[in-house]
Structure formats: C-alpha cells, structure tokens
Design a protein around this ligand. Structure first.
Ligand code: NIG
Ligand code: FE
Length: 419
C-alpha cells in the first residue's frame, strides 16, 4: 500500500542520514520541517520534504493521498525503560501511601517488589504472557513503537527465566523492536539471602544461563540503600561485560551512593532514574559526554517522580552539561503504573522545563539509542519501517505539554499500518 501524507503542519525527526543520538545541547535542534510531505510504500518510509519542494505525483496507481492539515507527524515513541511484564496492580500500596506510609516503609514491610514477586511466582508463563500482550497492545495504541522490557520481579532463577521467556515471546509476536533486560538484582529475595549472596548466585548460576539462552540484551540492577550496594552492582556489571552484555542501572532514585561513577566506569548504556544527582555525579556524566565515543544516556522517569512525589531528575542541568537525555515511562505496578509516553513527554515539559523538541527527542531518537536501537527506531528515515504518530490538530508542539489532560495522539502507524 502506498500513501502520501500532504500538508503536515510539522514533520519531526525526519533525516536522510540520521545522527545516532543527540547530545544534551543538540536535542533542541531535532529535525523539524514546517509544512511537509511524507511518502510511505509497503510499510516503509520512502521520502519526505517541505511542501514548497514537493515534486508532484507521477504514479497515481494505488496511491492513498491523505491531507494532514493542522497535524504533526512524529517518530513513534521509544520507551527505553519499562517493567511491562508484571503481575497484579498494587493499588492497596497506593492507598497505604495515601494514609501516610512511604514507598520505602511499604517495601520494608514485605510490600513493593517482594509483593510483586510473590504474585508473579504463582503465575503461569501463559498468564504472564497474556497480561503482557494486553499491556503492550495498549502502549502501542498510545504511540509506542519500540520498547525495552525488564525482568526483575521473578527473584528466583525459575521465575526470572520465565519472565525473560515471556519477553522473548513478545519479541516474536509483535512487529515493533523490543529489547530484553535481565534485571538481575532488583530486590534481595526473602529467606536467607543477602545482597552479597544473591549477587554471587546470579553471577555464578543465572547470568551464564541467561547469556547461553540468549535471553537478554542488557543486564540491570537496583543500586540503592536497602537493595544492592555499589560493590554488588559493580561485580554484576563486570560479570555481564565478560559475557559481552552491557549494563543499565537503576541509580540515584532515593540516594546518591556512588553508582553513577561506577556505572560509567563499566561502560553502561544508560543510567536510569537520577532523581538525586550530586555535583560529582553530574560532573562524571558531563565528562563522559565530552570524551566517550559512545556516551552513557541519562534516562529520566518523570512518571515515577510524579507518582511517588519525589524530585524530578534535573534534566535541564544534564542537557546544559551536554549529557544525552532519554525519557521513559518506567511502567511498573509500584512506582509508575502507566506506560503512556505522551504523559511522560508532557511531564518533561511542565516539570523538567524541557523545550518541546528536547522532550520529543528524549522520547524518540535518544530513547532508541539508550536501548541500542538507533538503527531501527526513533527517527523518520527513508527505507525504515514507518512507525509513526500523527497528532490531532494542534497550534504547535508545545500543545503536547500545555493541554495536559488531552490525548493528542490521533493515529499510530506501525510498519505503515494504522493500529
Ligand atoms: O524502577 N526502582 C526499582 N524498580 C522499579 C519499581 C519497582 C516496584 O516498586 O515494583 C522502578 O521504579
Ligand atoms: Fe525501573
């Protein structure tokens, strides 16, 4: 099927030769063509340009001409941090927080990740896959066209492998790029385990198995007081690197304990959360952005800040220091029960003072690169799959931050097909 979209009010992120990512200071210059056209053939982007340079139509056969007046066209969202595979919602814990308990108090009393793990251990692989499929369809409807999904709610070898097999099944079933992350050290399992003994067990038994079965693209850990210390995460990252797996780390969510510098030293792809960023961490990220060939992405998760009422990551400071920033949902039942990237982009603008093009770049080109999908997603490029968002008519891109209650994604296309 051939389509020609005409009179697009603004075409975002379209390149003949796209950059692999945008550094903090470049994000505001994400490609933008006012009054544009876009051609799609057989599910792929074919060509694009400004209406003023439109070459005209020579071959009308089977061509569907669509008038996009007033609308913006964007690359589909690239959500680089999710826990989309999980068990039941945790609304009761939310109620407990409304009654005054903190997220950490609830976790210390056996709620939180341990609560989700207990529920997940009891689910069959089919149930888990069925629920994940429903959620993935939902987030695609809201505009997501590439996604990273973590394990980490298994907390036994058997259940971690079960989660990773479910992610593998989703990869086969869905027509969008999916990255699997083995969240090896998420919480210390109940019983006689300590952070050290579980990390050691993971490194000796589980990680080699996951690598052998080719079930993960990345390895992750929760580096935080009460969870896993810097030494534990460092040992895990070293072991992962030896198996040619690179890392991602949940770090500085509640406390800055040195995980940022350690993660940079071990060549992680991204450092995620960063709600508490000290001067040394910012300097380390900035130095890495200046010098590394493939810099570490700072992945901010505003849905978690919103839902837990904790600080928003200082992305303005990070971008001013030229650090490439990504925005993701953190979709999970405890700290961010929403997989809607439009909401994340909206919070990026309102709560993190991102310019519309910065927030959109963080949620597309940089999100793709933060999960190693820069060749497949995050930009609109001739020859690539047409994974696209068409907005409702809007005054400007700032409407995506301004009209905060409105769903502004009108249509989503994956491989040129409307979802
Ligand atoms: O990224 N911080 C660690 N993990 C998740 C939350 C897990 C949960 O509460 O279930 C996160 O926020
Ligand atoms: Fe997370």
């Amino acid at each position: 099927m051939r389509m020609l979209w005409k009179n697009i009010k603004g075409l975002v992120g379209a390149y003949e030769l796209p950059p692999t990512y945008l550094s903090g200071k470049e994000m505001r210059n994400f490609a933008f063509i006012e009054n544009a056209w876009l051609a799609i053939d057989n599910g792929n982007v074919v060509d694009f340009g400004a209406m003023s340079d439109f070459p005209g139509i020579t071959d009308w056969s089977g061509l569907d001409v669509v008038d996009c007046s007033g609308r913006f066209v964007l690359p589909a969202w690239c959500d680089s941090h999710t826990h989309l595979v999980h068990a039941a919602p945790r609304g009761r814990e939310f109620l407990a927080r409304l009654e005054g308990k903190s997220y950490q108090e609830i976790a210390a009393a056996g709620g939180g990740i341990l609560n989700s793990a207990k529920a997940l251990q009891q689910m069959t692989e089919e149930q888990l896959l069925g629920d994940a499929r429903v959620r993935l369809n939902q987030v695609i409807q809201s505009g997501t066209g590439a996604i990273e999904i973590k394990s980490g709610y298994g907390l036994t070898a058997e259940s971690e492998l079960k989660m990773l097999r479910v992610i593998s099944a989703l990869k086969k079933e869905f027509n969008i790029p999916i990255r699997a992350t083995f969240l090896a050290c998420h919480a210390v399992p109940e019983g006689d385990w300590t952070a050290e003994s579980w990390t050691d067990h993971v490194i000796r038994e589980l990680l080699p198995e996951v690598a052998k079965l080719n079930l993960a693209d990345y390895v992750d850990a929760f580096c935080e007081k009460g969870y896993f210390g810097v030494e534990n995460v460092e040992a895990l990252l070293k072991a992962a690197n030896q198996l040619s797996l690179s890392g991602k780390v949940h770090v500085n969510q509640f406390n800055a304990i040195g995980g940022v510098q350690m993660g940079i030293e071990h060549g992680v792809r991204s450092l995620d959360h960063l709600e508490e960023l000290c001067a040394e961490d910012l300097e380390a990220l900035s130095e890495n952005a200046r010098s590394a060939e493939s810099p570490v992405f700072a992945c901010a998760l505003p849905g978690c800040s919103y839902f837990l009422s904790i600080p928003y990551s200082p992305v303005r400071k990070l971008m001013d220091a030229d650090v490439p920033v990504a925005l993701a949902t953190d979709f999970n039942p405890g700290s961010a029960p929403s997989g809607n990237m439009g909401r994340v982009v909206q919070m990026g603008m309102v709560k993190m003072k991102m310019h519309p093009l910065e927030a959109i770049a963080a949620a597309t080109i940089n999100g793709a690169a933060a999960m190693g999908l820069q060749h497949a997603a995050g930009t609109i490029v001739p020859g690539r799959s047409a994974n696209l968002i068409v907005t409702k008519p809007m005054d400007g891109l700032e409407t995506m931050g301004y009209a905060f209650g409105e769903e502004l994604v009108e249509k989503v296309f994956i491989g040129g097909l409307e979802q």
